[in-house]
Design a protein around this ligand. Structure first.
Ligand code: CMP
Length: 139
């Protein structure tokens, strides 16, 4: 089925000038861009986006990192794009992400890379719907 997913180029990716490279890989795979917006997150937005991680040991470092600069929020559309984008992104920890994936090819600084892993992609249709509504209230 044709789906929509929320992709975030996180502050490390934007800072490193990787926004275009991430968009290029999304489009090269054949997905289309339904919406794109550069914005700096807020603590409120992040507590909803990362609701499942509130209270975990890495939550506060994650929030501090996500507030450290602008994020590029993207709605990508295509056949099975939710699973497909996660495959493009590679595993959460770039240390072991496969070559050919965004994280496997582009991550740097292994000490901080689980946190600073360039991109986010929704993990299910339910998450995608919820996350798109959070980052793009007008959609
Ligand atoms: P993401 O999958 O976008 O959403 C949760 C984020 O939390 C994840 O990317 C990482 O950036 C971060 N994260 C997950 N697990 C850990 C961990 N063990 N240590 C630090 N950060 C983590």
């Amino acid at each position: 089925a044709v789906e929509r997913t929320l992709v975030l180029v996180k502050p490390d990716g934007v800072r490193r000038g990787l926004s275009g490279e991430v968009l290029r890989r999304i489009e090269a795979k054949g997905y289309t861009l339904a919406a794109v917006q550069l914005l700096t997150a807020t603590p409120e937005l992040l507590s909803q986006h990362y609701a499942e991680h509130v209270g975990k040991p890495f939550y506060q470092p994650l929030v501090d990192f996500m507030l450290s600069g602008p994020t590029l929020a993207v709605v990508a559309e295509g056949q099975r794009v939710i699973e497909g984008f996660r495959s493009l992104a590679g595993t959460t920890d770039p240390t072991t992400a496969a070559p050919g994936t965004i994280r496997g090819d582009l991550a740097r600084d292994w000490g901080t890379s689980v946190l600073q892993n360039i991109v986010h992609g929704s993990d299910s249709p339910e998450s995608a719907e919820r996350e798109i509504a959070l980052w793009f209230p007008s959609l």
